[in-house]
Unconditional design. Structure first.
Length: 234
């Protein structure tokens, strides 16, 4: 595919970035996405101070929660706004610098080809899964088992924030889990809506900063608790 084709796809794609108290890496991510011609929504989830001043561009959509509600809530706010802009595709992208912008094109291909409604990034299908820290592997394995028990979907990477959606698929999904349990809730929604999904290999860039922003084992236990409540009361 030539550059004009890539740019046409990018201009039909909105990237939603939930962000809370992020550093300068956020501005680097946004600039790189804009250089690739993607449209960008940043949802500031109650950061103190506001992230607006550190974003050195007016070429994005900036949304802000007055208080910190959680990543799930920030994603749903971004998804609602993105759907109203009527793109072909919507991508979720973390703000901590772990994701590789070049992976977005691979995530979009199955959607373009009509063989999937949603693509889910997987670090375990990439060429360098050994770079994953041991403690992170434990949390991700726990998440994988939990998701299988609650959803019946056995993914290789259950809590990867890099995902792509057709607009029609995202219109069938509603996240009500405000915090990290939203990743498992998303799988509930995919299964119950009969949406077609595929995992796509992606690269994760680990740094001291991004590892500090990741999930801990204790957060994994909290997710289990939230999922039990979700099952009991939905």
């Amino acid at each position: 595919m030539d550059d004009s084709g890539v740019h046409t796809i990018a201009s039909s794609t909105i990237v939603v970035i939930p962000a809370y108290n992020e550093g300068t890496i956020l501005n680097t991510i946004v600039t790189s996405l804009l250089n690739k011609k993607y449209k960008v929504i940043v949802v500031d989830d109650g950061s103190n101070p506001s992230l607006q001043n550190q974003l050195q561009t007016s070429s994005i959509y900036y949304l802000r929660h007055k208080t910190n509600l959680g990543q799930g809530a920030a994603l749903q706010t971004g998804f609602d706004f993105a759907i109203n802009l009527h793109p072909k595709y919507i991508v979720s992208f973390d703000a901590d610098g772990q994701h590789d912008i070049n992976d977005i094109e691979a995530l979009l291909k199955p959607l373009q080809n009509g063989i999937a409604d949603i693509t889910l990034g997987s670090r375990f299908l990439s060429d360098n899964p050994s770079q994953i820290p041991l403690s992170k592997k434990f949390v991700l394995y726990l998440a994988r088992v939990i998701n299988f028990l609650f959803t019946g979907m056995l993914l290789s990477d259950a809590h990867n924030g890099l995902r792509a959606f057709t607009i029609s698929s995202l219109q069938k999904i509603r996240l009500t889990e405000n915090r990290m349990a939203h990743a498992s809730e998303l799988l509930f929604e995919i299964k119950s809506s009969g949406l077609r999904y595929r995992e796509v290999p992606v690269t994760i860039h680990y740094s001291d900063y991004s590892k500090g922003k990741g999930q801990s084992a204790w957060q994994g236990i909290q997710i289990v608790f939230d999922l039990v409540l979700h099952k009991l009361f939905k």
